[in-house]
Design a protein around this ligand. Structure first.
Ligand code: PMP
Length: 400
């Protein structure tokens, strides 16, 4: 250590305060059943094909796959993303696909490309907290809009836009939304609302940031056209390999018009997505029967979802309500008015189960009577046991 005296250093104003240990991390430490974890189930990772793919990536593309990403990644991956996106009515050239270090990096760069400090970003409440912290770091002013069983209530967004225009208030630069299997809401945006939001983006000149991380996890096999398909010049579409291969691969993507993708790309100097990860995924996609892989992971998640729904009915009867998710990882519980789920987070952990209280998903408080349970990471047995423990905790909170 230097003998010179250490002066206090002021870190950037925009840095969030250091968060207390999150519920998920605390759960990990205490060995409780982590219904708080929004992580994929590790049985869904294609281990063996990945070992072969990684070896082939090195043998076939050895030195190139270990280089900086300046020259761009393998075409196979871009083509695959473009072809797969067509299933959601996104018809793009592979040059409109930008590979990123997970969709979280895409969110970050898109936020920086679209927002100056003080700009307005609108989003859903509840919403994904990773996105909120990204927009806060970009020093955006945030406003949230409610969701129901058909997703974002677009009529409320329309009313707010009309009012802002009428009163000369600032309009949003972007609207962040998760149209499929919402985190944490579990619901999906209806077709009609997708079209309506797209129209509003043109009328009021904002970008829609369409976060479609869970899109492949549809238990019915159905998928609606992406919002992108209705507003290609005013949507940036994001998705990821995290839920369908493994988050450790750290590979996601952004899709936008040629013009927009070129603007976002300017942030990527020096930190392109890993070419090695892309070469591994390229090899994997040529050897993995993807539809079978998807069917098997969706079966695991559907069975887990059924176990959770079943356990909730057994333990809570009609005392909580929730929509049954048709895909994704999450059940969003609604307890009666007046309940504050944050008040039994600790007790539940002591009993052996973790969950995330509703307030964590809202930007300005609100959401107290809700809770997010994830059925992705645990086994069916853990899910049943965890839900029973949660019910014990809730009813003892009611009694006190
Ligand atoms: N968006 C949503 C809605 C998510 O839930 C997540 C991961 N939890 C991400 C983006 C980020 O995923 P990744 O960076 O692993 O692609």
């Amino acid at each position: 250590m230097s003998t010179l005296s250490l002066k206090p250093y002021s870190f950037a104003r925009r840095l969030p305060a250091i968060a207390p240990m999150g519920a998920a991390q605390a759960a990990k430490k205490r060995q409780v059943i982590p219904l708080s974890f929004g992580s994929p189930h590790s049985d869904t990772f294609p281990y063996k094909p990945l070992i072969g793919a990684a070896t082939d990536a090195i043998w076939t593309h050895g030195r190139d796959s270990l280089q900086y990403g300046g020259a761009g990644g393998p075409v196979i991956v871009l083509d695959w993303v473009a072809r797969r996106s067509a299933l959601r009515s996104i018809h793009v050239d592979p040059s409109q696909v930008l590979m990123t270090y997970g969709s979280q990096q895409a969110l970050d760069y898109v936020a920086r490309a679209l927002l100056d400090p003080g700009d307005h970003a609108w989003l859903e409440g509840p919403t994904y907290f990773g996105a909120v912290s990204t927009f806060r770091t970009a020093e955006a002013i945030l406003t949230s809009f409610p969701i129901d069983e058909d997703g974002l209530i677009v009529e409320e967004v329309e009313r707010a836009l009309e009012e802002a225009e009428r009163l000369g208030k600032p309009l949003p630069k972007l609207f962040y939304t998760m149209p499929n299997f919402h985190n944490p809401g579990g619901i999906s945006l209806s077709l009609e609302r997708r079209q309506r939001l797209a129209e509003l983006a043109y009328r009021y000149n904002f970008f829609i940031l369409e976060d479609d991380a869970y899109t492949e996890l549809s238990y019915t096999g159905q998928s609606l056209p992406a919002i992108y398909s209705f507003a290609p010049e005013r949507t940036i579409y994001l998705s990821t390999f995290s839920k369908i291969i493994a988050p450790g691969i750290r590979l996601g993507w952004a899709i936008a018009s040629q013009d927009t993708i070129a603007r976002v790309n300017t942030f990527f100097q020096g930190s392109k997505a890993s070419v090695f990860s892309q070469e591994i995924v390229a090899q994997l996609l040529t050897r993995l029967p993807f539809d079978e892989h998807l069917a098997s992971l969706n079966k695991l998640y559907r069975d887990n979802r059924d176990a959770m729904v079943d356990a909730l009915k057994i333990s809570f009867g009609d005392d909580v309500t929730f929509s049954i998710p048709e895909g994704g990882f999450f059940v969003w519980l609604s307890f009666p008015e007046g309940i504050d789920t944050s008040e039994f987070v600790k007790d539940a952990e002591e009993r052996g189960v973790s969950f995330i209280d509703g307030k964590q998903f809202f930007i300005n408080g609100g959401g107290a009577r809700h809770a997010r349970l994830s059925f992705s990471y645990c086994s069916e047995e853990q899910i049943r046991e965890g839900v029973a423990l949660l019910a014990q905790s809730y009813y003892s909170y009611l009694d006190n």
